[in-house]
Design a protein around this ligand. Structure first.
Ligand code: C2E
Ligand code: CA
Ligand code: CA
Length: 712
């Protein structure tokens, strides 16, 4: 016999629905007592102790209807039927709520447990509940994450709110119809409006009426097209004051690209604009006098010229340069110089009308633009007025200072087509005024540009010439009229350009306007010292004088350079002399005197060149360490006419115990007359033209040989 597999049976039983289990359980419980009862009621087997029941009349009351032995079976049958019914209804009644409960899970969520398929309700419920518990757990986890996300979103919202509230920029948000929905604190601070006063309003309440309809049209156009607009805008505060701000507006759109909100930020730019104005002012003005500067003038000129009528429109440019202003700075210091410039500005300004613009391009220069020139006489009047306002002395730090100016004037259209041309022409004319003696004005003429071009050409030529050793020094003897012997020489520079010998008058004045004269002077002194060595070797050494320009006295190294040269070439100081003109001597007298004394202390003698042509003061001449006066050749040339001057110069030199040399002696007659007048020395073509070093050396050697011959 096969052993039944209990575990399969048990698990199959487990799967039974609860109703079945209760049904069979009840059935079993109900039928069991019935069966026991029936068993008791069953007739005992026919044993001697138990004989079969009597049949017939002695069988009792039942004996006649049903055989008594079927009675237990009948009872069991009826009992079973009743039990069946009771078990069925009991099982239905007991399991009804559980089934109902299980059936509630009949339509679970998509990912939920499977529907109840009629099996064991409790198993189904347990499995389902387990799955629900799992579902609940994952849901709770999800919820946790969700809560976390919500929390951080809330945090972010709080941060955004803080940023919104505390931003330095004013912020406002409007709906699509530009109705203000929210503003931040800075909005209130900047505009003065509290939230209650603006929320629900249109930002138009800030309108300053500074911008026209077109401005706003463009703004809305940009917002529509690009979804953003930013720019400078003037708005009004609650108190009515207007202010500039930088405004950025962004349209916020939904997925359908419809604008739902506008987000706008702005900040005040009043301070910025003020600074911007300051910077622009600084870029176009001179900070000392607060006058417009050159850049401003050039701009204005360009604009004005463009606006002038094609025919007949005229304007004038004045280039004004203060004379000798450098001296004021040197003597009184830069602060006083600045003060003087401010006062000069005030005086000039007082002479102007509203059509005139005075600028200061820098230093001691001013440029005046005069518009609407009807005739040139206005220009002359203005120039005279400008010079006239400078006539009275200036009072700076309780000191009286006199200042003049040189003015050059150019007129449009004759003197230049552009602003720059006009300024350049006026500058050229101003330089002409300087050259002609300062404190005056000149109108520009075409020829002036040629002079400038020439100057430029010569300056460059000198620079190159020095490099290429194109310069040479010639020497001209000065003769003792009594002995007719060479007493000294004068060094005279020449520029050898190919075969041509350029005379110094063609380039020295130009070199004197720049530092080129320093280089030329150094060259002549070096050549002279080298020539001294040659003369010394040949035993014919005589002193040589070198012409010194006024600029040398302002060269801080001049004395050192001279000292160095004497040392390097081993030249005794008494063999070097300096010739300075009266004008040089009288220029910045105090300073010149100081330098002259230092040089004289070194043992070098001074001559005053071209004496009688300048304006030297005899008082100062007395203070100067001068040993010789040179009579200018123009007086010698016409002794008949200038005899008186020559005699006076000779008398002065005798009075002051000075040596006197006559220049430009070309004839014996001149020589004799000068000798008779008491002149000690003569220089001129009569004896010798200026000669190159080797020829002059030969001249000296010949003279010495002749002298020796005469002695024997
Ligand atoms: P300066 O110092 O008065 O020189 C005298 C000028 O008279 C020289 O002209 C000379 O050649 C000229 N001369 C001499 N004897 C006669 C004569 O009998 N008749 C005529 N008509 N002229 C005579 P140069 O060499 O042309 O020099 C002209 C000026 O150039 C000089 O006048 C001087 O002021 C300047 N110069 C010459 N060399 C130098 C130099 O090395 N340095 C500076 N700073 N100036 C110089
Ligand atoms: Ca000279
Ligand atoms: Ca001279």
């Amino acid at each position: 016999m096969q052993i039944p597999n209990w575990s399969i049976i048990i698990s199959a039983l487990k799967k039974w629905p609860l109703g079945k289990k209760i049904f069979f359980g009840n059935l079993f419980l109900l039928i069991l007592p019935l069966l026991i009862l029936a068993a008791f009621m069953l007739p005992a087997p026919f044993t001697p102790a138990n004989p079969p029941l009597p049949q017939g009349p002695e069988a009792g009351p039942l004996a006649g209807s049903l055989p008594i032995r079927f009675l237990p079976g009948l009872l069991v049958l009826v009992g079973t039927l009743l039990s069946l019914c009771a078990a069925f209804f009991l099982s239905r009644w007991l399991t009804a709520p559980i089934r109902k409960f299980a059936e509630q899970f009949d339509a679970p969520g998509k990912n939920g447990p499977p529907a109840y398929n009629g099996g064991c309700e409790t198993t189904f419920l347990m499995e389902t509940l387990a799955q629900y518990v799992e579902l609940l757990r994952t849901s709770r986890e999800k919820l946790g994450t969700e809560v976390q996300i919500r929390k951080s979103a809330e945090n972010f919202l709080q941060i955004y709110k803080n940023i919104f509230d505390n931003a330095n920029e004013g912020i406002f948000i409007t709906d699509a119809n530009a109705k203000i929905l929210a503003i931040n604190k800075a909005f209130s601070t900047i505009t003065g409006y509290e939230p209650a006063e603006v929320i629900g309003q249109n930002p138009r309440i800030l309108n300053s009426k500074r911008h026209n309809a077109f401005f706003y049209e463009r703004m809305w156009h940009d917002l529509g097209e690009k979804g953003a607009w930013e720019g400078e805008i003037w708005n009004t505060r609650k108190d009515g004051s207007i202010f500039p701000e930088w405004l950025s507006i962004n349209a916020i759109r939904n997925e359908r690209k419809e604008t739902t909100y506008f987000f706008a930020t702005f900040y005040e730019i009043g301070e910025l604009k003020k600074r911007e104005k300051q910077i622009t002012f600084m870029a176009y003005h001179d900070m000392l006098t607060r006058l417009p500067n050159r850049a401003y003038l050039e701009n204005k000129l360009t604009k004005n010229l463009a606006a002038l009528p094609a025919e007949g429109g005229k304007l004038a440019v004045f280039y004004i340069d203060l004379d000798n202003f450098k001296n004021v700075n040197d003597v009184f210091g830069h602060n006083q110089g600045d003060e003087l410039l401010i006062q000069v500005t005030q005086r000039f300004t007082s002479a102007l009308s509203e059509n005139d613009t005075l600028c200061r391009p820098g230093g001691d220069e001013f440029i005046l633009l005069m518009e609407h020139i009807e005739n040139e006489s206005i220009v002359y009047l203005m120039a005279n007025r400008l010079l006239a306002v400078l006539k009275k002395p200036f009072l700076v730090d309780r000191k009286k200072i006199f200042v003049n100016a040189s003015i050059g004037i150019s007129i449009y259209p004759d003197d230049g087509a552009t602003g720059l041309d006009l300024i350049r022409s006026a500058d050229t004319a101003m330089h002409k005024a300087k050259r002609e003696g300062k404190n005056r004005f000149f109108l520009f003429t075409k020829g002036m540009h040629e002079v400038i071009y020439n100057t430029f050409r010569i300056e460059n030529g000198i620079r190159l010439g020095l490099k290429n050793r194109e310069f040479v020094v010639f020497y001209q003897p000065k003769i003792n009229i009594q002995t007719r012997k060479t007493s000294s020489l004068e060094a005279l520079i020449r520029w050898k350009k190919g075969d041509e010998l350029v005379p110094p008058n063609a380039f020295i004045p130009i070199a004197e306007e720049s530092s080129l004269i320093d280089d030329l002077c150094l060259f002549v002194m070096e050549e002279t010292c080298a020539f001294q060595s040659l003369m010394k070797q040949q035993r014919v050494a005589v002193p040589v004088s070198v012409n010194i320009s006024p600029r040398q006295f302002h060269n801080a190294d001049f004395v050192d350079i001279v000292e160095d040269l004497l040392g390097r070439y081993q030249v005794a100081p008494e063999y070097l002399e300096f010739e300075i003109t009266e004008t040089t001597a009288m220029k910045d007298v105090e300073h010149t005197l100081k330098i002259m004394h230092r040089i004289r202390e070194m043992g070098i003698l001074f001559s005053i060149d071209d004496f009688g042509t300048g304006y030297s003061s005899l008082g100062y001449l007395n203070k100067m360490p001068v040993s010789t006066l040179k009579i200018d050749k123009q007086f010698v040339h016409d002794l008949e006419e200038h005899g008186g001057i020559v005699a006076t110069i000779i008398a002065i030199s005798q009075q002051m115990h000075l040596n006197v040399v006559a220049e430009g002696v070309e004839t014996e007659e001149q020589l004799l007359r000068l000798g008779a007048m008491g002149c000690q020395e003569a220089q001129g073509y009569f004896f010798s033209r200026p000669l190159p070093g080797d020829q002059l050396l030969a001249y000296l050697l010949a003279e010495t040989a002749k002298g020796r011959l005469e002695q024997t």
